[in-house]
Write a new protein. Structure first.
Length: 336
């Protein structure tokens, strides 16, 4: 199975907005079942898949990617059947305005903007509503109730040069990388815990208890990161297609220094395309995992991604391959 096929299997699915990840969790469970020894779902909903190691005293390695996505939750239905929604996660209303959305039960609508808003106005959540085409409140309530979640329509399109656009590549790209690592690590020396975490988009909430229960010796987090290679981008050294991004720092974590050096060295030795990442805004599960329990040696292998949190996120398949290759090379050669 190619990386693209794996990614495609994880997208599109029913919306799996933070706190309601069961749709994607079932798909991942099925993909991971033949690749590991034990599968558990913890109280928060994290999917934890253990592949046991062959070493006499195996170390515990946690590899994690989040399976939730950003979206909207219905908090009010007006007399005309329009739905007011609150954001779940870091929504850009500029990106979301007038995009189609889908609810878990398949109901579709459009995220519309109040008619008195003009081009250039800063859009706030209260300026937006979802129009599902209902003619009245009663008609709307037949399809949707308070607390239901929707997300921008999932999609995946192949572009030139091995690039792919769609959503939510944040972080199904990371989930696909984890599945692929599991396929290539059929007989690991160490115990490997593949963690598909919940509620990352609302503040890295799921990875923390998962890390607490595992108490890993080493953790690698796989998530997307921004790039500096589009018009008017903030200066940033990461480029799409230049390889897996070894995270040095983001605004919530400073990755374990020696681990970062070992990853850079492994990429150099194995001739795997890699670049160094410093993200001056945003964070990932890495910080939550690093600071849980007595703390652990944590790092992140990021997937460069343009247009994060829009309906058309963009990645390069070669970067995904490089993320898998570097993780496998490092885990096989790691000195403990
Ligand atoms: Co995100
Ligand atoms: Zn993410």
């Amino acid at each position: 199975m190619t990386m693209y096929t794996t990614l495609k299997k994880l997208l599109p699915q029913t919306p799996s907005v933070s706190g309601r990840e069961h749709g994607i969790r079932e798909v991942l469970k099925e993909l991971m079942a033949p690749l590991c020894d034990e599968i558990t779902v913890d109280a928060m909903g994290n999917l934890i898949c253990l592949k046991k190691g062959s070493a006499a005293a195996p170390a515990k390695v946690m590899l994690a990617a989040h399976m939730d996505e950003i979206g909207f939750i219905v908090n009010f239905i007006d007399d005309n059947g329009f739905l007011r929604v609150a954001p779940i996660g870091g929504i850009s209303y500029t990106a979301a305005a007038f995009c189609p959305v889908e609810f878990e039960n398949g109901t579709r609508g459009v995220l519309a903007v109040d008619a008195d808003k003009k081009a250039g106005d800063v859009l706030r959540p209260e300026h937006c509503y979802v129009d599902i085409g209902a003619r009245s409140r009663a008609a709307a309530e037949k399809k949707v109730k308070i607390g239901d979640c929707c997300a921008l329509l999932p999609s995946i399109t192949r572009l030139q040069g091995g690039r792919v656009a769609g959503r939510p590549l944040d972080d199904r790209a990371g989930c696909a990388v984890l599945v692929e690592i599991a396929r290539r690590m059929a007989a690991p020396a160490d115990d490997i815990y593949y963690v598909f975490s919940v509620q990352e988009e609302v503040g890295c909430r799921g990875a923390r208890p998962a890390a607490y229960s595992i108490a890993p010796d080493l953790a690698l987090i796989f998530d997307v990161t921004a790039t500096g290679d589009v018009p008017s981008a903030k200066p940033m050294a990461v480029k799409l297609g230049a390889g897996v991004a070894i995270k040095i720092k983001d605004s919530s974590v400073i990755c374990h220094t020696e681990l970062v050096e070992e990853l850079i060295e492994a990429a150099r030795a194995e001739k795997i395309a890699a670049q160094c990442e410093i993200l001056t805004f945003g964070g990932t599960d890495t910080s939550a995992v690093q600071m849980t329990g007595f703390g652990c040696r944590a790092g992140a292998l990021s997937i460069p991604c343009r247009y994060i949190h829009t309906g058309s996120e963009m990645i390069d398949l070669a970067d995904l391959e490089a993320a898998v290759a570097l993780a496998v090379a490092y885990l096989k050669g790691e000195k403990k």
